[in-house]
Design a protein around this ligand. Structure first.
Ligand SMILES: [Zn+2]
Length: 237
Protein backbone atom coordinates (compact mmCIF):
# COMPACT_ATOMS: atom_id res chain seq x y z
CA UNK A 1 0.00 0.00 0.00
CA UNK A 2 1.27 3.43 -0.86
CA UNK A 3 0.78 6.19 1.64
CA UNK A 4 -1.51 9.14 0.96
CA UNK A 5 1.56 11.40 0.78
CA UNK A 6 3.17 9.15 -1.83
CA UNK A 7 -0.04 9.17 -3.90
CA UNK A 8 -0.21 12.95 -3.70
CA UNK A 9 3.37 13.15 -4.96
CA UNK A 10 2.48 10.91 -7.89
CA UNK A 11 -0.58 12.98 -8.74
CA UNK A 12 1.43 16.20 -8.69
CA UNK A 13 4.24 14.63 -10.76
CA UNK A 14 1.70 13.34 -13.29
CA UNK A 15 -0.17 16.61 -13.57
CA UNK A 16 3.06 18.56 -13.99
CA UNK A 17 3.85 16.22 -16.87
CA UNK A 18 0.47 16.12 -18.56
CA UNK A 19 -0.57 19.76 -18.32
CA UNK A 20 2.22 21.19 -20.49
CA UNK A 21 1.67 18.22 -22.82
CA UNK A 22 -2.06 18.97 -23.17
CA UNK A 23 -1.28 22.63 -23.65
CA UNK A 24 1.05 21.63 -26.42
CA UNK A 25 -1.59 19.49 -28.09
CA UNK A 26 -4.42 22.00 -27.66
CA UNK A 27 -3.38 25.61 -27.18
CA UNK A 28 -5.45 27.50 -24.55
CA UNK A 29 -6.14 30.29 -27.01
CA UNK A 30 -8.56 30.65 -29.89
CA UNK A 31 -7.17 29.25 -33.17
CA UNK A 32 -8.81 32.12 -35.08
CA UNK A 33 -8.26 35.28 -32.99
CA UNK A 34 -5.57 34.13 -30.48
CA UNK A 35 -7.57 35.44 -27.49
CA UNK A 36 -7.41 33.34 -24.32
CA UNK A 37 -10.09 30.68 -24.00
CA UNK A 38 -12.16 30.08 -20.88
CA UNK A 39 -14.45 27.05 -21.02
CA UNK A 40 -14.44 26.93 -24.83
CA UNK A 41 -12.63 24.29 -26.88
CA UNK A 42 -10.14 25.64 -29.45
CA UNK A 43 -12.35 28.42 -30.81
CA UNK A 44 -13.87 31.28 -28.82
CA UNK A 45 -17.57 31.99 -28.61
CA UNK A 46 -17.19 35.39 -30.31
CA UNK A 47 -15.42 33.91 -33.34
CA UNK A 48 -17.97 31.10 -33.58
CA UNK A 49 -20.89 33.50 -33.33
CA UNK A 50 -19.50 35.97 -35.87
CA UNK A 51 -18.66 33.46 -38.61
CA UNK A 52 -20.63 34.46 -41.72
CA UNK A 53 -23.79 32.32 -41.92
CA UNK A 54 -25.87 31.17 -44.86
CA UNK A 55 -29.03 33.21 -45.31
CA UNK A 56 -30.97 30.06 -46.14
CA UNK A 57 -29.70 27.16 -44.02
CA UNK A 58 -32.36 24.77 -45.39
CA UNK A 59 -32.62 24.13 -49.13
CA UNK A 60 -34.89 21.58 -50.78
CA UNK A 61 -33.02 19.10 -52.97
CA UNK A 62 -34.68 20.48 -56.16
CA UNK A 63 -32.72 23.70 -55.66
CA UNK A 64 -29.44 21.76 -55.75
CA UNK A 65 -29.94 19.36 -58.66
CA UNK A 66 -27.99 21.60 -61.04
CA UNK A 67 -24.83 20.60 -59.15
CA UNK A 68 -25.51 16.86 -59.43
CA UNK A 69 -25.20 14.90 -62.65
CA UNK A 70 -28.49 13.04 -62.06
CA UNK A 71 -31.48 13.04 -59.74
CA UNK A 72 -31.20 14.09 -56.09
CA UNK A 73 -31.82 11.19 -53.71
CA UNK A 74 -31.84 13.28 -50.55
CA UNK A 75 -34.79 15.48 -49.53
CA UNK A 76 -33.08 18.64 -48.31
CA UNK A 77 -29.75 20.12 -47.30
CA UNK A 78 -29.20 21.87 -43.99
CA UNK A 79 -25.96 23.83 -43.72
CA UNK A 80 -24.54 26.64 -41.61
CA UNK A 81 -21.81 28.50 -43.41
CA UNK A 82 -20.85 29.66 -46.89
CA UNK A 83 -17.26 28.94 -47.91
CA UNK A 84 -15.16 31.52 -46.11
CA UNK A 85 -11.53 31.58 -44.94
CA UNK A 86 -12.32 31.26 -41.20
CA UNK A 87 -14.51 28.16 -41.49
CA UNK A 88 -12.09 26.78 -44.10
CA UNK A 89 -9.28 27.14 -41.55
CA UNK A 90 -11.31 25.44 -38.79
CA UNK A 91 -12.19 22.50 -41.06
CA UNK A 92 -8.60 22.18 -42.27
CA UNK A 93 -7.29 22.08 -38.66
CA UNK A 94 -9.96 19.53 -37.70
CA UNK A 95 -9.36 17.25 -40.68
CA UNK A 96 -5.67 17.37 -41.37
CA UNK A 97 -3.87 18.89 -38.38
CA UNK A 98 -5.10 16.69 -35.56
CA UNK A 99 -7.41 19.31 -33.99
CA UNK A 100 -10.04 16.62 -33.63
CA UNK A 101 -11.77 18.41 -30.72
CA UNK A 102 -12.92 21.22 -33.01
CA UNK A 103 -15.69 18.76 -33.86
CA UNK A 104 -17.15 19.52 -30.44
CA UNK A 105 -18.10 23.22 -30.91
CA UNK A 106 -18.78 22.77 -34.64
CA UNK A 107 -20.85 19.60 -34.14
CA UNK A 108 -22.87 21.33 -31.47
CA UNK A 109 -23.71 24.14 -33.92
CA UNK A 110 -24.85 21.49 -36.42
CA UNK A 111 -27.10 19.85 -33.83
CA UNK A 112 -28.69 23.17 -32.91
CA UNK A 113 -29.27 24.03 -36.58
CA UNK A 114 -30.93 20.66 -37.11
CA UNK A 115 -33.17 21.22 -34.12
CA UNK A 116 -34.07 24.75 -35.30
CA UNK A 117 -34.84 23.54 -38.83
CA UNK A 118 -37.58 21.37 -37.22
CA UNK A 119 -37.61 19.03 -40.21
CA UNK A 120 -37.37 15.79 -38.31
CA UNK A 121 -38.79 14.53 -35.05
CA UNK A 122 -37.38 11.04 -35.00
CA UNK A 123 -34.27 10.43 -37.02
CA UNK A 124 -30.91 8.80 -36.75
CA UNK A 125 -27.74 10.73 -37.55
CA UNK A 126 -25.11 8.96 -39.62
CA UNK A 127 -21.67 10.20 -40.66
CA UNK A 128 -20.43 9.90 -44.23
CA UNK A 129 -17.96 7.05 -43.73
CA UNK A 130 -14.32 7.02 -44.75
CA UNK A 131 -12.82 3.96 -46.38
CA UNK A 132 -10.73 2.06 -43.83
CA UNK A 133 -7.57 2.86 -45.77
CA UNK A 134 -8.22 6.62 -45.47
CA UNK A 135 -9.29 6.17 -41.84
CA UNK A 136 -5.89 4.58 -41.15
CA UNK A 137 -4.09 7.50 -42.81
CA UNK A 138 -6.08 10.15 -40.89
CA UNK A 139 -6.61 8.33 -37.59
CA UNK A 140 -10.23 9.47 -37.20
CA UNK A 141 -13.28 10.31 -39.25
CA UNK A 142 -14.09 14.00 -38.69
CA UNK A 143 -17.67 13.43 -39.91
CA UNK A 144 -18.21 10.83 -37.21
CA UNK A 145 -16.96 13.25 -34.54
CA UNK A 146 -19.24 15.99 -35.91
CA UNK A 147 -22.21 13.59 -35.98
CA UNK A 148 -21.55 12.51 -32.40
CA UNK A 149 -21.67 16.10 -31.06
CA UNK A 150 -24.53 17.12 -33.36
CA UNK A 151 -26.61 14.16 -32.13
CA UNK A 152 -25.95 15.08 -28.50
CA UNK A 153 -27.02 18.73 -29.11
CA UNK A 154 -30.13 17.72 -31.08
CA UNK A 155 -31.11 14.96 -28.64
CA UNK A 156 -31.14 12.31 -31.38
CA UNK A 157 -29.31 8.99 -31.74
CA UNK A 158 -26.21 8.51 -33.90
CA UNK A 159 -25.18 5.33 -35.71
CA UNK A 160 -21.51 5.54 -36.64
CA UNK A 161 -21.63 2.41 -38.81
CA UNK A 162 -25.02 2.90 -40.47
CA UNK A 163 -23.23 3.28 -43.79
CA UNK A 164 -20.01 1.56 -44.67
CA UNK A 165 -17.62 2.56 -47.44
CA UNK A 166 -16.67 -0.64 -49.24
CA UNK A 167 -14.80 0.77 -52.20
CA UNK A 168 -11.76 3.05 -52.13
CA UNK A 169 -12.49 5.98 -54.43
CA UNK A 170 -10.35 8.67 -55.96
CA UNK A 171 -10.78 12.17 -54.47
CA UNK A 172 -13.86 13.73 -56.10
CA UNK A 173 -12.20 17.13 -56.52
CA UNK A 174 -9.77 15.68 -59.08
CA UNK A 175 -12.54 14.40 -61.35
CA UNK A 176 -14.65 15.94 -64.10
CA UNK A 177 -18.32 16.39 -63.23
CA UNK A 178 -19.49 13.48 -65.41
CA UNK A 179 -17.03 11.10 -63.76
CA UNK A 180 -18.05 11.90 -60.19
CA UNK A 181 -21.17 9.71 -59.92
CA UNK A 182 -19.39 6.86 -61.73
CA UNK A 183 -16.46 7.08 -59.32
CA UNK A 184 -18.81 6.63 -56.35
CA UNK A 185 -21.21 4.00 -57.75
CA UNK A 186 -21.47 1.10 -55.31
CA UNK A 187 -19.05 2.73 -52.86
CA UNK A 188 -21.44 2.47 -49.88
CA UNK A 189 -23.52 -0.27 -48.25
CA UNK A 190 -25.95 -0.36 -45.30
CA UNK A 191 -24.86 -3.38 -43.25
CA UNK A 192 -27.92 -3.32 -40.93
CA UNK A 193 -30.92 -1.69 -42.66
CA UNK A 194 -33.03 -2.18 -39.50
CA UNK A 195 -30.87 0.47 -37.76
CA UNK A 196 -32.36 3.31 -39.84
CA UNK A 197 -34.92 4.16 -37.10
CA UNK A 198 -38.27 4.64 -38.84
CA UNK A 199 -36.60 5.42 -42.12
CA UNK A 200 -35.41 9.00 -41.51
CA UNK A 201 -31.66 9.52 -41.71
CA UNK A 202 -29.63 12.71 -41.32
CA UNK A 203 -26.28 12.35 -43.10
CA UNK A 204 -23.49 14.37 -41.52
CA UNK A 205 -20.38 15.66 -43.28
CA UNK A 206 -18.17 18.74 -43.15
CA UNK A 207 -18.74 20.01 -46.69
CA UNK A 208 -21.50 20.05 -49.27
CA UNK A 209 -19.57 20.99 -52.39
CA UNK A 210 -20.85 19.21 -55.48
CA UNK A 211 -23.05 16.97 -53.33
CA UNK A 212 -22.10 13.79 -55.20
CA UNK A 213 -20.83 11.88 -52.15
CA UNK A 214 -23.83 12.77 -49.98
CA UNK A 215 -26.16 11.97 -52.90
CA UNK A 216 -24.62 8.53 -53.38
CA UNK A 217 -25.06 7.85 -49.63
CA UNK A 218 -28.70 9.00 -49.88
CA UNK A 219 -29.25 6.76 -52.92
CA UNK A 220 -27.88 3.77 -51.00
CA UNK A 221 -30.16 4.54 -48.02
CA UNK A 222 -33.27 5.01 -50.18
CA UNK A 223 -32.54 1.71 -51.92
CA UNK A 224 -32.73 0.14 -48.45
CA UNK A 225 -36.19 1.62 -47.86
CA UNK A 226 -35.37 4.88 -46.06
CA UNK A 227 -38.28 7.31 -46.37
CA UNK A 228 -36.35 10.55 -45.92
CA UNK A 229 -32.70 11.53 -46.03
CA UNK A 230 -31.34 14.93 -45.04
CA UNK A 231 -27.80 16.24 -45.49
CA UNK A 232 -26.40 18.19 -42.54
CA UNK A 233 -23.09 19.93 -43.24
CA UNK A 234 -21.03 22.81 -41.89
CA UNK A 235 -20.47 24.39 -45.29
CA UNK A 236 -22.55 24.46 -48.46
CA UNK A 237 -20.89 25.94 -51.51
ZN1 LIG B 1 -11.66 33.78 -31.32
Amino acid sequence: MRSAAEKRTWVSVLSSLTEPLLDFIYPPWCVLCNNDLEAEVLVCRTCLETLPRLEQPVLAAEKLTHQLSGPAWFDASIALFPFHESIQKLIHLMKYKGYESLAQPLGRELGLALRDAALVEAAVLAPVPLHRRRLRERGYNQSERLAQHAAAAAGLPMEAALLQRVRYTRPQAKLAKAERSRNLAGAFVVPRPEATAGGVVVLVDDLFTTGHTLNECAKTLKAQGCRQVYCLTLVRV
